[in-house]
Design a protein around this ligand. Structure first.
Ligand code: COA
Length: 172
């Protein structure tokens, strides 16, 4: 297995992983699979914000999973906070990859001087909740019935982790 910084050649594999989660689960609150064009917009936003997309390849070169982050909210004073995501191809789950991807995302956010990481998780996503709790994320709250998918209301849980940087945060 090889750890990589994803580039645009991995977009199609990322799209497949997203789309499997969209059609089979409430991990993502999309109804429709994402198009290649949507992924181009997603990728452009990662590039523009200098947000990493951390990937892990199998020995045969398949993308097994990825983690990334982006803005939490767009108002300027949120500049030290990111919202992250982590996805593992269903064929490779339960072998510690999600944990290692999220650990690497935390290190990357720290290296880039972010102070807070936020995970917004469907309340029924027991694996993601367990993963976040095991990596020291603190549960900040629950929002009930803010989503509707597969004919039922969905609840969100919000997790955060504070990082020990930056040393000298500034306004503006
Ligand atoms: C959530 C996800 C990224 C976790 O990745 P993974 O590689 O399957 O998870 P790992 O093997 O690294 O396990 C991480 C933790 O989850 C928990 N876990 C793993 N599989 C589990 C299972 N089947 N049931 C309950 N908990 C489980 C364990 O607590 C484990 O912690 P440990 O290392 O202390 O034992 C992955 O399952 C996934 O991509 N799911 C679909 C998309 C998704 O939900 N993304 C997160 C959106 S918020």
């Amino acid at each position: 297995m090889t750890w990589i910084d994803c580039d645009s050649q991995h977009l199609e594999a990322i799209r497949c992983i997203f789309n499997e989660a969209i059609v089979t689960s409430t991990a993502l609150y999309d109804y429709q699979p994402r198009s290649p064009e949507t992924m181009q917009v997603w990728w452009a936003a990662k590039q523009a914000g200098h947000y990493p997309v951390i990937g892990v390849l199998s020995d045969t070169g398949d993308l097994m999973g990825f983690a990334s982050y982006g803005p939490f909210r767009t108002f300027p004073a949120y500049k030290y906070t990111v919202e992250h995501s982590v996805y593992v191809d269903s064929r490779f789950r339960g072998r510690g990859l999600g944990r290692q991807l999220l650990e690497r995302a935390i290190l990357a956010a720290e290296a880039q001087g972010y102070h807070a990481m936020v995970g917004v998780i469907d309340a029924d996503n027991a694996v993601s909740v367990a993963l976040h709790e095991s990596l020291g994320f603190h549960r900040c709250g629950e929002m009930r019935e803010v989503g509707f998918k597969f004919g039922r209301w969905l609840n969100l849980v919000i997790y955060q982790k504070l990082l020990s940087v930056p040393d000298a945060p500034v306004d503006g």
